[in-house]
Design a protein around this ligand. Structure first.
Ligand SMILES: *Cc1c(COP(=O)(O)O)cnc(C)c1O
Length: 370
């Protein structure tokens, strides 16, 4: 096979190290969040690695992601929490995938699937304690009424909520969410329903709010070695984490141009000296943010070369400097230890590291280091 023009390297040993590092401070089950193709790192490889590293659960948003895990022979408990009406709940039950119950309509669909298949659905009840997104809010009381009638038809495995602001150490919002969460749990227990696994914490909760750990934490971004919020919690290094993703792309060409050359669509980039430009074979269709400014770029042999002009669909241009030895066909590092980080790209594009890694296109091959 020819060399890829651009590829993603995923350091699975970093994911293992991150889980081990985080689990030192966590006396609870770890659910490895592998939604969105494991934040762009690769669903199956990451799921296997996480289980080997000590995670006991896998979590996905979509049911199709959970099916893909089962198709790859992963047998760990799986929770899929984002299922609009009309999903294949029969198959979910047959494949022993835990479902989140977050509305009355969904409860009825899951009960119906239980009747059809003769399998008792394994469910986690989701309550909305302040995110105002998923989970029971105004339907809570009618839900309890209905649950009284049907609780024998369900295996209520879990009870859970999601934090909106766990990455803000100065805010007491997470504590308020936990108080409401406990009130709702008590209401459930008054119905003689005792879920085995109560869970609330995401990465930020797991790191910054030890009181939120309960019986399980749902680790996403931190497992991949990135900070939930660089500005409030510090970066990967500060948190003792190692980013697992790096990206390399080839130079299509290197060209020498004079000062004041205008670069790219709209001519928004202007060279400030005689220099060499590197034409990099990766663009916004590959997931590089078009909005990124010149605070991001690439590295070549550890030397930084910043973006110049707009990112195009399949390529972008960087200012290598007059003396660079880089040549057409050489690889440059888009994200990597010796260059720019996902955090740098996020800040250059006005977004968050989550969006950078999850949007790296699936057409770039993933190469795994074990
Ligand atoms: C994505 C997600 C997580 C993981 O969040 P991180 O901030 O990446 O740790 C946890 N729980 C739910 C419900 C999620 O959707």
């Amino acid at each position: 096979m020819s060399e890829p023009r651009a590829f993603v390297e995923v350091d699975l040993t970093a994911i293992t190290a991150n889980i081990r590092h985080l689990s030192r401070g966590i006396d609870a089950n770890i659910l490895a969040v592998v939604k969105a193709d494991a934040y762009g790192h690769g669903l199956i490889e990451v799921a296997r690695t996480a289980i080997e590293a000590g995670a006991s659960w896998l979590g996905t948003a979509l049911l199709e992601e959970a099916f893909a895990l089962r198709d790859a022979s992963l047998t760990a408990p799986i929770l899929a929490w984002l299922t609009p009406p009309g999903e294949d709940f029969d198959r979910a039950l047959k494949e022993k995938i835990d479902l989140s119950v977050s509305s009355l309509a969904l409860l009825e669909e899951i009960l119906a699937a239980g009747k059809r298949t003769g399998i008792t659905p394994r469910v986690h009840i989701e309550v909305d304690t302040g995110m105002t997104r998923g989970g029971f809010l105004e339907e809570w009381d009618p839900f309890l009424v209905r649950l009284r009638e049907v609780k024998s038809e369900l295996h209520i495995v879990g009870f859970w909520t999601h934090f909106a602001r766990a990455d803000e150490p100065d805010s007491d919002f997470t504590e308020q969410q936990l108080i409401l969460f406990n009130v709702l749990l008590n209401a459930l227990q008054s119905e003689e329903i005792f879920p085995e696994i109560v869970h609330a914490a995401n990465s930020a909760g797991a790191i910054a709010h030890p009181g939120s750990h309960k019986q399980m934490v749902r680790l996403g971004i931190a497992m991949y070695g990135l900070s939930p919020d660089v500005s409030t919690m510090g970066d990967s290094a500060k948190l003792g984490l190692k980013p697992a993703m790096s990206i390399k792309a080839k130079l299509v060409n290197v060209k020498r141009v004079p000062a004041l050359s205008r670069v790219g669509y709209g001519g928004t980039g202007v060279t400030d000296r005689d220099t060499q430009l590197g034409i990099v074979c990766m663009g916004y269709s590959d997931g590089l943010p078009r909005r990124a400014d010149a605070t991001a770029g690439v590295s070549y042999n550890g030397e930084l070369a910043r973006l110049i002009g707009r990112v195009s669909m399949d390529q972008c241009v960087v200012d290598l400097g007059a003396d660079s030895a880089a040549r057409a066909g050489d690889y440059v590092t888009i994200i990597g230890e010796d260059g720019f980080s996902a955090d740098d790209w996020a800040s250059a594009a006005g977004t968050i590291n989550y969006e950078i890694t999850t949007r790296i296109a699936s057409r770039l091959p993933r190469i795994y280091h074990r």
